[in-house]
Design a protein around this ligand. Structure first.
Ligand SMILES: *Cc1c(COP(=O)(O)O)cnc(C)c1O
Length: 388
């Protein structure tokens, strides 16, 4: 452990906890102050899909910073336009408008406002175990009680239904519902993959009721699940799509994508000072280029399939279930995950939880094959031999 972690943390909300200090990185490598290398199996929380310091992102950011660091979104800018065209070029033609912000929760917040305004209805139906962010609107759609309770009352009109249960969704949606908000794979909530039938049912329930359908792909978006967007697995196209995390290769960004029809029904205004800034857009262009050029969706699918085969051999006495899609994988243990994460860290591998008992793997899509294989070995070892 590094020296600086011996000081209590002055960061709000850290509980004064000491933790590992990281000073630099590359693909899946993260180094502490003493020069010890760790492998990122989730430490960059899905924002580091291209690794911790991709040279193309670094070059794009440096060049843009020297050219035009900031510009308000009231002015046109060719870098922003190029980024939006590139993003829309990867999406089905029904999508024609993008609102840019700076984070996932802002992307969801915009989707909620757009749906309210476009439909004239304030009801939102979201899923149990769903996670959509921590600002008050997005938090109202988030499921976990510990995240919500200290901040109540939240925004009225939100309800939660069991995930992957089409009839429960059908019963919950009525004439007051403006938005159905779902993750194609629930990430924070324990890695639960939506079935294609469920997403198809959600599409038709939305169509029949006049609600809009939003997929929150903040975590699943941009090649993570083995497709550029997770909705491609089912072919179900939503009305609204939220993106963030890895969209600009690790630079803060959020995007709410809609059809032109939805925009035409929108009344009011929505705006962000930093949304669509040239720095993030330049990084976004570079990130999309790298993702397509390096075929990272295919890579995620291949490395994910490899892992699922390997992890399915883990002993049933310790593992309840292994779930996942591409390089978003959850290993549900029969006991608390925290000691396992500590044991992995001691071996030089950084993974993250998804709830109390799920070990979540969310590695950079550019992770080297050796790091991935060794990481899976390390996981098998701590699970088979126990964390303590
Ligand atoms: C991480 C996440 C968010 C919130 O994103 P922030 O950038 O942390 O605000 C929202 N939705 C999903 C599905 C996420 O995984």
């Amino acid at each position: 452990m590094s020296d600086s972690t011996a000081r209590p943390s002055i960061e709000f909300g850290s509980g004064g906890a000491r933790r590992l200090t990281i000073v630099r990185g590359d693909k899946a490598g993260l180094w502490d102050e003493q020069g010890r290398r760790y492998v990122d199996l989730g430490a960059t929380h899905g924002a580091g899909s291209l690794g911790a310091a991709h040279p193309d992102i670094a070059a794009a950011v440096a060049e843009q910073a020297r050219t035009l660091l900031y510009l308000g979104s009231g002015y046109g800018n060719p870098v922003r336009t190029a980024f939006l065209e590139k993003l829309l070029g990867l999406l089905p033609p029904s999508f024609g408008r993008v609102f840019l912000s700076n984070s996932g929760t802002e992307a969801v917040e915009a989707a909620i406002k757009i749906a309210r305004s476009a439909t004239g209805r304030s009801g939102v139906v979201a899923a149990m175990r769903g996670f959509h962010g921590r600002t008050l609107g997005a938090l109202s759609a988030t499921w976990r009680r510990e995240l919500r309770e200290p901040f109540e009352p939240l925004v009225p009109g939100f309800s939660h239904v069991p995930f992957n249960d089409a009839s429960a969704l059908e019963r919950a949606v009525d004439g007051s519902t403006g938005l159905i908000l779902l993750e194609p794979v629930q990430g924070e909530g324990g890695v639960h993959v939506a079935t294609s039938e469920y997403l198809r049912a959600a599409r038709s329930i939305a169509d029949r009721s006049g609600a809009l359908l939003a997929f929150d792909e903040v975590q699943t978006g941009i090649a993570r699940t083995g497709r550029l967007f997770a909705f491609e697995h089912s072919g179900v196209v939503p009305d609204l799509l939220t993106l963030a995390k890895s969209l600009a290769g690790g630079v803060p960004i959020g995007a709410t994508v809609t059809s032109t029809e939805v925009e035409a029904r929108f009344r009011g205004t929505h705006h962000s000072t930093f949304g669509g800034n040239p720095l993030a857009c330049a990084a976004g262009i570079a990130a999309l280029d790298v993702t397509v050029r390096e075929r990272l969706a295919e890579r995620a699918e291949r490395l994910g399939a490899l892992a699922m085969a390997r992890l399915s051999e883990l002993p049933e006495e310790r593992v309840r279930e292994v779930r996942g899609q591409g390089l978003l994988i959850g290993i549900e243990l029969r006991e608390k995950v925290a000691p396992y994460l500590r044991a992995l860290e001691a071996k030089g591998y950084l993974a993250i939880p998804a709830g109390a008992t799920v070990l979540r793997l969310l590695p950079p899509l550019v992770i080297g094959e050796d790091d991935w294989h060794n990481g899976l070995d390390a996981i098998a070892e701590v699970i088979v031999h126990g964390a303590r």
